[in-house]
Design a protein around this ligand. Structure first.
Ligand SMILES: [Zn+2]
Length: 677
């Protein structure tokens, strides 16, 4: 071997090892820059000596020349499909069938099982000769598949030569590794986002996209798709003795293949079933789409004894999870008006069963998304329902689009109050800007009385809808002007119910100021933000006067939130609403420590920020001290800050204060300042 050949072999081995660390173990041991240096050296050497390029060279992962068509490959051992189970009964029936076929000296209690996740991808068979990947084939019809060798070479966690790790077992003379090519969900979503950004076609689900990517005639396209591989079986092996499924998985792992870590080996059938259930629960949190779990008898000798019936082995069964996607027709596209006036499009669907639940409505997110996906009334669409998430329309099936269909136009008028709609600022969302819109009112009431806001017990959505419908409530402040007589006059409102409701409304007046702020339903002002705002501006009067900049000075309040608050208080209808609230008796200022008249108001007009750990006071105590002396405490340092009170581990606020020239005090310094020092 020449010195060039030796160096090439070293480089390939080293790079392939690092690819394995990175893509299979997710545990790289060199930096990207070091990796680039190695691969660049390899490329340069191969350019100079193209005759020395080998099929296991990592440079060959970029794809080869496009093919005219795929060659057919006959599988030496057919790639069977699996029998399906849809519930626990099916599983127990399967076990009962097995039991009758067991050899005399084996009982069900002796059986061992392996349970593996069933990844929703594409089954492939990879053939290695003396460690070198020589062929990749799709399952096809099980007997005959397609030769996709050039494409599987581009998949980063498929070893081009085994073993990948230097401590792996020696390569067998010949081995066929079976597994699933799939697309991780995160990579799939990222790819679709990029497609949307480019104005190009989006893909409905990771499985179909993975299948389409693997069956590209131009492997350079496959190379750009984020495919991955899990191995789960050995088709056959020459030169190694493997006796069980568990051994097979361990052996594959040792050779450097990705083996799904979520695999169970057990002697208890019940445990296997429980594992499948637990796994089904986790389905929506997995990094890949899974459509079930596969249970296999562990021992190969027993597998052989049980044999195959029809096209499916008796010794394995797939427990299928309920489906999550279906196709159906869009009957109508409509808009729903939310609390803030935002109009969200949704589709009325021809009812369709998805995983046991009938779905007749699905969200279309927003009009921007709807336009990009170009979903139209009359379209046949793919609908997805996963976990507790609202069903969503994924995409239209263009081949089935009626010839006279028209793109959907966002409504020019609110579907409820028929007033004109508008975009606010550069927001993609469409709004009904009529503050008196009844749709908004009902949702505003619902939100105002909800547990997270004023928490008015017994005041449900039905009551809100009813009182708004009777025009007893025309804005949320009207809740506090309801009278006993008005309520008693309504059908279904008996004495007790009315008393309870009025008591609950009365009690809500004592809710802290920040709850009231939440209840106003200002965009982006949820409980966390309302807390920060109420701390910095502890009364409605101070908040109304606060400008954009002052609000932004609150730590945790960004420009978007500040703008939303200023905009809300600037609207005349909202100003009227606040004036009305002043007459209700609800709490419009934060409790805060009362100003202590005995203490000299020496800090009046001064703004403080507290940071780090103070020697004797907690931050709350320091804050109370400042407030008792008439000073103001805010969350973040700005030009308006007069003093930063800094303790140990002061961090970024200290450096910001120093940069802005803000005076810095310690705890003692603060005491001195307050005592007039
Ligand atoms: Zn409206």
């Amino acid at each position: 071997m020449s010195s060039v050949e030796t160096r090439l072999a070293e480089l390939r081995k080293e790079i392939n090892f690092h690819l394995y660390r990175y893509h299979t173990l997710d545990d790289p041991i060199i930096s990207d820059a070091e990796y680039d240096r190695l691969i660049n050296e390899l490329r340069r050497l191969e350019e100079k000596h193209p005759e020395l390029i080998t099929p296991d060279s990592p440079t060959q992962r970029v794809g080869a020349e496009p093919l005219e068509g795929f060659e057919k490959v006959t599988h030496p051992i057919p790639m069977t499909s699996l029998g399906n189970a849809f519930d626990d009964d099916d599983m127990h029936n399967w076990l009962a069938r097995i039991e009758r076929l067991l050899p005399e000296d084996i009982t069900v209690a002796d059986l061992e099982f392996v349970v593996e996740p069933k990844i929703d991808g594409l089954a492939v068979a990879l053939t290695y000769e003396n460690g070198l990947l020589v062929q990749g084939a799709t399952r096809g019809n099980g007997v005959e598949g397609e030769n996709v060798t050039a494409n599987v070479r581009t998949i980063k966690n498929i070893p081009l030569r085994i073993p990948t790790a230097s401590n792996g077992p020696p390569p067998p003379a010949r081995i066929e590794v079976r597994g699933e090519v799939y697309m991780p969900i995160a990579d799939f979503n990222k790819f679709n986002q990029e497609q949307i950004a480019k104005g190009e076609k989006i893909y409905a689900n990771p499985r179909n996209f993975a299948a389409g990517s693997l069956r590209q005639l131009d492997s350079k396209i496959t190379a750009q798709r984020p495919l991955a591989f899990f191995s789960y079986a050995i088709g056959y092996v020459e030169g190694a003795a493997i006796h069980t499924q568990k051994e097979a998985l361990d052996y594959l792992n040792g050779l450097g293949f990705s083996v799904n870590p979520d695999t169970l080996h057990t002697g208890q059938f019940v445990e296997a079933i429980n594992f499948i259930h637990a796994w089904m629960e986790r389905r929506d949190n997995l990094p890949y789409d899974a459509d079930g779990a596969v249970l296999k008898i562990n021992g190969f000798a027993l597998q052989e004894h049980l044999g195959v019936v029809g096209n499916a082995p008796r010794w394995a069964i797939a427990y299928k999870f309920p489906a999550r996607e279906a196709t159906t027709k869009v009957l109508k596209i409509q808009g729903n008006v939310g609390r803030t006036g935002q109009i969200t499009p949704y589709a009325n669907l021809e009812p369709v069963n998805i995983g046991g639940v009938t779905v007749s409505q699905a969200t279309l997110h927003n009009y921007d998304d709807l336009a990009k996906k170009d979903i139209r009334q009359g379209d046949t669409v793919v609908v997805k329902r996963a976990g507790d998430v609202i069903p969503q329309v994924i995409k239209p099936i263009l081949d089935l689009r009626p010839p006279d269909s028209q793109p959907h136009q966002p409504p020019a008028r609110c579907p409820v109050c028929h007033e004109p709609t508008a975009h606010l600022g550069d927001d993609v969302a469409l709004f009904c800007i009529n503050a008196a819109c009844p749709a908004q009112l009902v949702r505003q009431i619902e939100y105002f009385v909800s547990r997270g806001a004023m928490d008015i017990e017994g005041f449900g959505i039905k009551i809100g809808d009813r009182l708004a419908g009777e025009e007893l409530i025309k804005d949320i402040a009207d809740i506090y002007f309801l009278t006993r007589e008005q309520l008693l006059a309504l059908e279904g409102f008996a004495d007790k119910k009315v008393d309870n409701l009025l008591d609950a409304i009365e009690a809500s007046k004592k809710q802290p100021f920040q709850r009231f702020l939440i209840g106003l339903g200002i965009r982006y002002v949820g409980s966390a933000v309302a807390g920060l705002v109420a701390d910095a501006f502890p009364s409605i009067d101070r908040l109304i006067k606060a400008g954009q900049e002052e609000l932004e000075a609150i730590e945790g309040v960004g420009p978007r939130i500040a703008e939303s608050i200023v905009e809300w208080f600037s609207r005349p209808a909202n100003q009227t609403l606040i004036e009305k609230f002043r007459r209700t008796g609800v709490t419009l200022e934060a409790a805060g420590p009362p100003v202590d008249v005995d203490k000299a108001q020496t800090l009046t007009g001064l703004t403080f920020v507290i940071t780090g750990t103070l020697p004797t006071w907690s931050r709350e105590e320091a804050k109370a001290f400042i407030q008792q002396h008439g000073g103001k405490v805010t969350g973040s340092v700005s030009k308006k800050t007069d003093y930063l009170v800094a303790g140990e581990k002061a961090g970024s606020k200290l450096s910001k204060a120093q940069a802005l020239g803000v005076l810095v005090l310690d705890e003692n310094g603060l005491r001195e300042l307050a005592s007039g020092g």
